[in-house]
Design a protein around this ligand. Structure first.
Ligand SMILES: Cc1ncc(COP(=O)(O)O)c(C=O)c1O
Length: 399
């Protein structure tokens, strides 16, 4: 008897493109090879002590039962307050849904907003899970090309042209994984204006919102009073180093939140209650929060500076200075050409020859590039920079 999944339910959904690389890196490490891995999408910092303590306290206090399907009311309130304080705009508690990570709210939002026949625009390079999530909703992911000259951002004119060909939604990600590109207020206003003209839903993934290196960042949370069809997604994984706690949230019109709550009520009820108490503490103690997040963002900023300097002198690659998040998006066309392969072949080559693990641009829908995560300690980054310099000498013949 076959044990395969129901036909159709996973049609067109593939395993993560990076799994093969990760498996090979692990195999080489087991063989005793020294491997420097800069492929992870999670902070290397421990969750701040005051948050961990709050999680432990929640368990001791007996908060170990089913959570409310939409999340703890006190946490929803705290999230609404935090977003209004940091980004402006208005947000009611009932417009907030808590869930098991940004990933789950993204899936739920896409699943309830879109369905068969709907085209959803996804600017490339894109975070790996967006096309799969849109397909799971039986809708059609439509890749929207962006250009290096535009900082890998979608322009109002580009969105207008794509929307004219037919679309119901747009996924924005600012700051972006993998490029670190962020949108300022004028750029967002122009996109909202086009979206409103075409009646597009905008699902705005702002999971890296609090890790940014430019002062004029703007959030769609502040534009919800101008245009209703906006869903803002954020969470605690990145800025609070809480990837394993699984707490994320969406901010959206009440009817959307209600539908998402119905969906998650049938799927997982919600994320674990002690984790919700830990997230509540993460926001509630403002002084501890500002210190902890501030220290981590300062460390990311210093690493960013170091790497931009170190990679600048390596021939054949060009990193884009990221405006947010903790990734370097590196133009590696010359290395691909020298190798005679695509970005995936280049990544395997760098892994085998120099023992450095990166993610190929192909995983994000754009060839000829590499993504390097600088969520790693300084000595690891120094080691990685030296290995990449060696790769440059090897591939370009000592140029
Ligand atoms: C762009 C982007 N969105 C969403 C997520 C998922 O975050 P979470 O851990 O909150 O599910 C990630 C994680 O890598 C991400 O990079």
């Amino acid at each position: 008897m076959s044990v395969a999944a129901a036909p159709g339910n996973l049609a067109g959904i593939e395993e993560s493109a990076t799994l093969g690389m990760t498996a090979r890196a692990a195999a080489l490490a087991r063989e005793g090879r020294s491997i420097v891995s800069l492929s992870a999408g999670e902070p290397d910092f421990s969750t701040p002590e005051y948050i961990r303590e709050a999680g432990i306290r929640a368990i001791r206090d007996g908060h170990t039962h089913y959570p409310p399907a939409a999340g703890l009311t006190s946490l929803r309130e705290a999230i609404a307050g935090h977003v209004m304080e940091t980004e402006g705009g208005a947000c009611a508690t009932a417009e907030v849904l808590v869930s098991a990570g940004a990933k789950q709210v993204l899936f739920e939002a896409l699943f309830i907003l879109f369905g068969p026949g709907d085209r959803v625009l996804i600017p490339a390079p894109f975070w790996v899970s967006y096309p799969a999530m849109v397909r799971l909703a039986r809708a059609e992911p439509v890749v929207l090309e962006t250009r290096a000259e535009d900082g890998w951002k979608v322009s109002a004119a580009g969105l207008d042209e794509a929307a004219r060909a037919g679309a119901r939604g747009l996924i924005l990600n600012s700051p972006s994984n993998p490029t670190g590109a962020t949108y300022d207020g004028n750029e967002l206003d122009a996109l909202v204006e086009v979206a409103a003209r075409h009646g597009l839903w905008i699902v705005s993934d702002e999971i890296y919102r609090e890790i940014r290196y430019r002062p004029d960042y703007a959030s769609l949370a502040a534009r919800r009073s101008d245009y209703e069809r906006i869903v803002v997604v954020d969470g605690f994984s990145k800025a609070y180093a809480m990837t394993g706690w699984r707490v994320g949230y969406a901010i959206a019109p009440i009817e959307v939140i209600e539908s998402m709550t119905t969906l998650q009520g049938h799927v997982n009820t919600n994320t674990a209650l002690p984790c919700q108490y830990a997230a509540l503490a993460a926001l509630a103690d403002r002084e501890a929060r500002d210190r902890a997040v501030g220290e981590m963002v300062a460390a990311f900023a210093a690493r960013r500076e170091f790497l931009l300097g170190a990679l600048d002198s390596i021939p054949g690659i060009e990193p884009l200075p990221p405006e947010g998040a903790f990734y370097l998006w590196i133009d590696a066309h010359e290395w691909c050409e020298a190798l005679g392969g695509d970005s995936t072949a280049l990544c395997f080559d760098l892994l085998e020859q120099e023992g450095v693990a990166l993610v190929p641009g192909a995983a994000f829908g754009v060839e000829g590039h590499l993504r390097l995560s600088f969520a790693a300690a300084d000595p690891v980054l120094q080691d990685a920079a030296a290995r990449l310099a060696a790769a440059g000498r090897r591939l370009l013949g000592g140029a």
